[in-house]
Design a protein around this ligand. Structure first.
Ligand code: MRU
Ligand code: ZN
Length: 208
């Protein structure tokens, strides 16, 4: 492949990340510098947001390349502190092309209210936004992991569950990870999920 084609693919990946970051910010899912976004190019390169950037003001310059084990390719650049949670998903499943992480109010509060190790959403029409669902008479269970500032250690807690997870998981008091075959799919899943989490939060508040 020629360098210009490689660069065009990189630009495209950055564009997807930047647009998704802006949308997540507009929806209130990534307050201040919270959240991180990545995608994997067809040639295997991994593009991820740099650590500490505001996702509402993302530009192409805030996207950096990391190796499959999460090391920045260019020294002096600092990849997301949670890069390992992205790269473990890419390593686990070759069909994953994008990973999104947000810190919405609903994901944060519900993950603290739920005391078990999973949160189940059921009976909602919007469950049908997820592929393969044809009725509201279904449920989606998201694994829920304890938060940990040691991301390598957190990744080891997530690892045994990778095989059984379909599209995402929650971290207690922290937020949500969602993935898909490409950025459009990951973003649509996140949007569906955030809607359901917001509904669940509203019914919890009503019940009190
Ligand atoms: C600034 S609060 C959120 C961070 O601690 C972290 O959880 C996060 O999502 C963003 O980290 P980052 O290193 O910018 O990718
Ligand atoms: Zn986070």
């Amino acid at each position: 492949m020629y360098k210009t084609e490689l660069d065009a693919a990189w630009s495209d990946a950055c564009h997807h990340i930047v647009r998704a970051g802006h949308r997540m910010d507009q929806r209130g899912w990534v307050p201040a510098t919270a959240g991180n976004l990545s995608c994997r190019l067809k040639d295997g390169r991994i593009a991820i947001t740099r650590s500490g950037g505001h996702k509402g003001f993302l530009t192409e310059r805030d996207v950096i390349e990391v190796t499959p084990s999460g090391e920045p390719l260019v020294s002096g650049t600092k990849a997301s502190a949670e890069t390992l949670l992205h790269t473990q998903l890419y390593a686990h499943d070759a069909s994953i092309g994008a990973v999104l992480h947000g810190h919405s109010v609903a994901a944060t509060v519900l993950s603290m209210e739920e005391k078990s190790n999973a949160l189940t959403l059921e009976g909602y029409e919007v469950l049908k936004v997820f592929e393969g669902q044809t009725t509201h008479e279904t449920s989606l269970t998201l694994p829920l992991f304890e938060n940990d500032q040691d991301i390598a250690r957190l990744a080891t807690k997530v690892a045994p569950h990778l095989e059984s997870m379909t599209m995402g998981y929650l971290i207690r008091g922290h937020g949500v990870y969602v993935w898909g075959k490409d950025m459009f799919t990951a973003l649509a899943r996140l949007e569906g999920l955030e809607f359901l989490l917001a509904c669940q939060l509203a019914s919890l508040q009503k019940a009190r």
